[in-house]
Design a binder for this molecule. Structure first.
Ligand code: GDP
Ligand code: GDP
Length: 449
């Protein structure tokens, strides 16, 4: 399953973005934390009552400044019908029932989607009667909410997510050692070559795509084999649809990418060779990083790019600047058209898979910790020195290490980065994020917990 998508639909000014911000809260901030990334996000991965989903404020879909209200609303409805697992249709209790609401309701009701009808701006119990006239729409259940005053949102959302799947347990030990296929997703801006790359791999691997219905809304998994190990390509079918243009397609692609990343082991982020790296691409990379996924940056269409030395240096400089702090991401060049570099992509996939499952023994880990601390101790932070006792690895995919220290709260972020970088010198973790968790401990006795 990809991350289910919830669309908030409604006329302008009913409170869609207010509700979106209420629900997206800190997740929105997380996705926006990437430096240099624009702040016009209208979608965010959200967790509510233990269920994860992608929330979209459809008011942000239409980017043309147009007075054609119906055009905007139609675009929202069309999007919601095609993409969403659940739809929240928002109306304005203070503005009262509007002919346009009836239109929207009519269109939505003809879909087989789960639609939740909500009347917003009911800021107090005394205003409850404002919702009554909305029953004229003939809907069975109405939710009275106030996005601004945070009233009724919990009741609404509990119903919305009720049918959503429980999250798969992440990085479960047995799960990882089992022969479950490695999930790979190609992500990137429109026209970068995602479909072509998938077709190229299928060609190289001489695998025939079985006659899975190509019309389903959900992503289609395409199995292939690499060095005797099973892989699946997560193909986001929605991206194949033609006839969508411009900013809207770009947003759709970004949403799809984030949805796919949520159940991916390794993301192959495609980027056109020779072009500067865009915010959209950075956003995808940072989301993959945040979710602990493996990442490979593939510069595609290298057959079109100039390859003289000077050019290469300029491109590499741009890469270094944008990927500062992300030097662990392997970069390959390829051409889905000519097949050049496909073998490098395969090698990178195997290597990243190996690295994200790498497990370091406690002995070598603690020799590393001792060495790293001896070489460069934690800078003084107040009167008590920061001491490190021992560490162990608690998880794979991504590798997570616990470091026991007397003062976990005092660890400087630069020191965390130093330890991670040294760890990357000890063993190859190319292509995977690494996490360090600092825990408080008085003595260095590994047997006591
Ligand atoms: P959108 O165009 O549908 O995204 O609507 P906005 O979220 O931008 O909200 C439009 C206006 O309604 C803003 O002035 C909000 O402050 C206001 N608003 C949103 N939610 C509520 C609410 O629950 N109660 C009240 N009284 N006003 C609200
Ligand atoms: P998607 O939107 O990311 O799935 O991109 P497509 O795979 O549909 O490719 C978009 C366009 O770029 C098509 O015309 C492809 O033929 C072309 N294309 C894809 N990969 C390459 C490549 O490696 N070299 C060249 N020259 N063109 C490519």
């Amino acid at each position: 399953m990809t991350l289910p998508l919830i669309a908030i639909v409604g006329r302008p000014n009913v409170g869609k973005s207010t509700l979106f911000n209420r629900l997206a809260g800190k997740n929105r901030a997380l996705v926006q934390a990437t430096p240099g990334v624009t702040r016009d996000l209208h979608y965010a991965p959200v967790e509510f009552a233990g269920k994860r989903f992608m929330l979209v404020d459809t008011g942000g879909l239409s980017t043309e400044h147009t007075d054609a209200l119906t055009h905007e609303v139609n675009l929202q409805v069309e999007f919601a019908i095609e993409e969403a697992a659940a739809i929240i249709c928002l109306m304005d209790g203070r503005g009262g029932l509007n002919p346009e609401d009836e239109d929207v309701v009519d269109k939505l009701r003809r879909t087989k989607k789960n639609v939740f009808w909500a009347v917003n701006k009911i800021d107090a119990a005394s205003l409850e009667s404002l919702t009554f006239e909305f029953f004229r729409l003939g809907v069975e259940k109405l939710y009275s909410i106030s996005a601004r005053e945070k009233i009724g949102i919990k009741a609404l959302m509990e119903d919305v997510v009720r049918e959503f799947p429980e999250p798969e347990s992440e990085s479960d030990e047995e799960h990882e050692s089992a022969e479950r296929p490695v999930r790979v997703a190609f992500v990137g801006v429109p026209n970068v070559g995602k479909s072509s790359s998938i077709n190229r791999i299928l060609g190289e691997k001489r695998l025939i795509v079985s006659d899975l219905p190509g019309t389903t809304r959900d992503a289609i998994d395409v199995p292939f084999d690499l060095d005797g190990k099973p892989y699946v390509l997560i193909d986001t079918a929605g991206l194949r649809r033609k006839g969508k243009a411009g900013k809207y397609l770009e947003k759709l692609t970004a949403i799809k990418a984030l949805q796919a990343l949520d159940r991916t082991d390794i993301a192959v982020v495609l980027h056109e060779a020779g072009q500067p790296i865009t915010d959209q691409t950075m956003r995808i990379i940072s989301y993959a990083e945040e979710r602990g996924r493996g990442v490979i940056l593939a510069l595609n269409k290298v057959d079109l790019a100039k390859t003289d030395k000077k050019w290469r240096r300029r491109i590499e400089d741009d890469l270094h600047r944008r990927l500062s702090g992300l030097e662990w991401i392997p970069v390959i060049t390829m051409s889905a058209r000519t097949g050049e570099g496909i073998q490098d992509l395969f090698s990178a996939l195997s290597e990243v898979r190996e690295n994200q499952l790498r497990r370091l023994q406690t002995g070598p880990l603690n020799r590393y910790l001792e060495g790293a601390v001896a070489h460069h101790g934690h800078p003084s932070a107040g009167s008590k020195p920061v001491k490190f006792y021992y560490m162990s690895q608690i998880k794979v995919r991504p590798p997570i290490f616990v470091v026991f220290t007397n003062r976990p709260a005092a660890i400087h972020f630069a020191y965390r980065r130093y330890l991670i970088n040294r760890l990357r010198d000890v063993a190859s973790f190319d292509g995977t994020p690494i996490r360090l968790i600092f825990k408080g401990r008085q003595r260095s006795d590994p047997d006591k917990t």
